[in-house]
Write a protein that binds this ligand. Sequence first.
Ligand code: ATP
Length: 236
Amino acid sequence: MLMQDDMPVVSLRDTDVYQENRLIIKHLNFDIHRGEFVYLIGKTGSGKTSLLKTIYADLEVQQGEVNVVGFQVHQIKSKEVPYLRRKLGIIFQDFELFTDRSVEENLKFVLKATGWKDKSLIQERINYVLEQVGLQNTQKKFPHQLSGGEQQRVAIARALLNRPEIILADEPTGNLDPTVGKEILHLFAEINRKGTAVLMATHQHNFIKEFPSRVIYCENGSIKDINKKRIIEKIQ
Ligand SMILES: Nc1ncnc2c1ncn2[C@@H]1O[C@H](COP(=O)(O)OP(=O)(O)OP(=O)(O)O)[C@@H](O)[C@H]1O
């Protein structure tokens, strides 16, 4: 599906976010543009994960419009969902790697499932994404042989395989110690600098000071853009 250059990568119009019959966030209106880096913050249970799931078509849109990387998610058919997800890089708190496969096999699995056939192109792409995350020498290792931070880097490499328009990261540093978490933040910042948009749900407000960028705040069933300076002042 073709996208015009000036089209937002994510655009929500009067969108309600539901978990089953429960309204979690109402009347959402916001855009994320190409190359933007956006933090999604808010108390536990405020709906950050539900909002991300709505964007990657894991929760049904019951009201309003959700346009994501050229797909109308509010009327997407289930057979189209894999094509939407191919344009997104999705990162979770708990990495979600296949534990019974090596790093290389984890990455190969995604490429094969998304139609890659040429063995040398597959190997080239795997080498490239691992280099991007600073893990050139881990191809034959299994997830349990890697640290948490390294496992998250593999998950990020996996998310980069199909050159996503945007990375959706749900509390990606939640299982990591603060130093490693900060390194992962810097990796996201570097990926963003090369042009990929990032939407990151996080409880770590100190990240906003470390790498200042747009902040969306989720509270009492609604969201608003807030001034990052105010948050930085509050945490100083
Ligand atoms: N599968 C589900 N079925 C029904 N309700 C759910 C489900 N998952 C989450 N909820 C409810 O939806 C609301 C929003 O949860 P959500 O996980 O989106 O919040 P969050 O801001 O991501 O929280 P956290 O910071 O703890 O990850 C909560 O009240 C939660 O109990």
